[in-house]
Write a protein that binds this ligand. Structure first.
Ligand code: FAQ
Length: 319
């Protein structure tokens, strides 16, 4: 535990909040309220786990990509997601936690990761839909987090967003190609949109009134916008893109509001959301089993890295 994480002294708390109000970042050695540190560890570790588990639905398709070009693009994307997990685990460690403990929580099934990665990838069009919608949603969320008050997290987000932009483009290009192809290919693209649309909206979290963590996070400028505000922004951007490639958003209630300039959308199935978050989605068990297998299979790599570090860098320890 960092030395500064003792009970909150009101004078220090006021200085901390004044610093945030001046839009100055908080750095690892700065004093911070214990609640701020805990909220960051919670949110950042869930984010890191999401990047790592998020490799699984797409990783499934690397051997089945329809061309060498598509295979190279997908391979690079999945590798990027592993890198994102590593940047975020590193930045979480600056808060005084050990990534091995965080990983153990994921493997034990006690840590959360994004609900979206508990849905199956049934066809190649799903890879297009994930890049377009899932990375698209991640960009909307993470562009805001790139301005978060905690410096190491914000800086990780800047780089991650650049890579997510490439991911979104490759996904949208796959969807554009399929939607503009044969009747069967168009149907595949529409089917993928139908299945991924609502889970993508759920990525932004519960409605603001049901979001217990938002007050802390908004107050301390970790979040700059609420869950509902970001969800709306995503809908507004994505509806126009679907229209451009002749796909239909699967929401009969969708309508444009001339006054607010927003696309109003229908009711999200919050029961489904909580079912998936609590571990009972279509692929929760499969994803954790695959993650545990990958962790066990990688034991020799960790052992080799530890042995190398002990021999060549005696002071260093490998996580
Ligand atoms: N899934 O009080 P709030 C990606 C939980 S990365 C599961 O509103 P908060 C890149 C929440 O943790 C995707 N759980 O929470 C990629 C909390 O539980 P707790 C991940 C969810 O933190 C693309 C409880 O519900 N992105 O896609 C979800 O204020 C393609 C109450 O919720 C991030 O993690 C959910 N969807 O707001 C990779 C971004 N939503 O901890 C591979 C950073 C909520 O109290 C392939 N995180 N919960 O037990 C955030 O922006 C926020 O944490 C939110 C949730 C917006 C996700």
């Amino acid at each position: 535990m960092p030395q500064n994480a003792t009970t909150d002294d009101p004078r220090r708390l006021a200085e901390f909040e004044a610093r945030i109000a001046r839009c100055k970042t908080i750095e690892p050695k700065d004093w911070m309220p214990e609640r701020y540190r805990k909220q960051l560890i919670r949110m950042m570790s869930q984010h890191a786990h999401s990047e790592v588990v998020g490799m699984l639905p797409e990783g499934n398709w690397i051997t089945r990509a329809p061309s060498l070009r598509r295979k190279m693009g997908l391979l690079a994307k999945v590798q990027d997601e592993a890198g994102h997990g590593l940047y975020i685990y590193c930045s979480t460690e600056t808060l005084g936690v050990d990534r091995n403990d965080l990983i153990q929580q994921l493997l034990a099934g006690t840590a959360k990761y994004s609900s979206i990665f508990n849905y199956p990838t049934l066809t190649w069009a799903d890879i297009g839909a994930i890049g377009w919608l899932v990375d698209g949603a991640a960009i909307v969320n993470q562009t805001m987090l790139a301005k978060a008050s905690y410096g190491p997290y914000a800086r990780a987000m800047v780089r991650i967003c650049k890579e997510e932009n490439f991911h979104k483009r490759q996904g949208f290009e796959i969807m554009t190609t399929l939607a503009g192809g044969t009747r069967e290919q168009h149907a595949m693209a529409q089917d993928a949109l139908d299945r991924w649309w609502w889970p993508s909206l759920m990525m932004f979290g519960p409605r603001d009134k049901d979001s217990p963590n938002s007050d802390d996070l908004l107050r301390w400028k970790v979040k700059q916008k609420t869950n509902d505000e970001l969800r709306q922004r995503f809908v507004n951007i994505t509806v126009a893109q679907a229209m451009a490639i002749d796909l239909t958003i699967p929401d009969p209630a969708l309508k444009y509001n001339e006054r607010t300039k927003d696309w109003e959308y229908g009711e999200i199935d919050w029961e489904e959301f909580w079912r998936v978050v609590r571990g009972n989605g279509p692929c929760n068990r499969e994803r954790l089993a695959a993650r545990r297998r990958a962790h066990d299979d990688g034991a020799w790599v960790r052992a080799a890295a530890e042995a190398y570090a002990a021999k060549h860098e005696p002071a260093a320890s490998v996580a």
